[in-house]
Design a protein around this ligand. Sequence first.
Ligand code: AMP
Length: 217
Amino acid sequence: MQKYIIMGVQGCGKGTQARLLKESLDLVHISVGDIFRWHIQSHTKLGARIKRTMAEGQLVSDEVVDEVVKQRLDQHDWNYGFILDGFPRNSRQAEFFLESYDIDAVLLIDVPDAVVTERILNRRLCPKCALDYNLIFHRPAVANTCDICGGLLIARSDDTPEAVQARLQDYHTKTQPILELFRRKELVVIVDGTRPADEVQKDLRRLLVEKLETLAS
Ligand code: AMP
């Protein structure tokens, strides 16, 4: 059983790295942001409550987040383990989580703010098949059109310059301090996330093996 948390500023590529890791290690990828986006798209009660907060790039309340994470983990469909993406985002959430679960490693994808800001503002999504694009390094063949299903590409509603700024500030003031907590427990594995996704993944896998060997010895 492997239990990981993946961290880094928004747009650092943690979603992509988590998905690659999930496939190779047969883990369940739990993205709190994806769960929230599903609620908004499906017009649930919760979706209506969090829509505005998310669009402004603000954090959803801890009570709501804790409940969503708890319900997801209570499904117990993670025989080989899980990788948590976008949670915990502050010390209160970290404490809540560590009360019930232990983890094997925290994977930090390190990318400077200026680089992620450019990446995020160029991020596009196909609302029909959910494929991600980036106008810098993964352009669609035909402008604004999904290569796979022909859907019209859109930007996430929280990918505006103001919302990106708010999220970066939240990360530095609220999320970064919990890294200290994990560092003290010697759980953190850091990779340089400015390189192509496959190279970042290779590094991540290598460092994880080293980390697990150290823990076992
Ligand atoms: P993400 O996809 O991780 O960038 O998350 C998108 C948005 O969902 C964030 O900007 C927050 O509004 C909300 N969100 C996701 N995870 C959390 C969390 N752990 N705590 C509070 N809000 C969250």
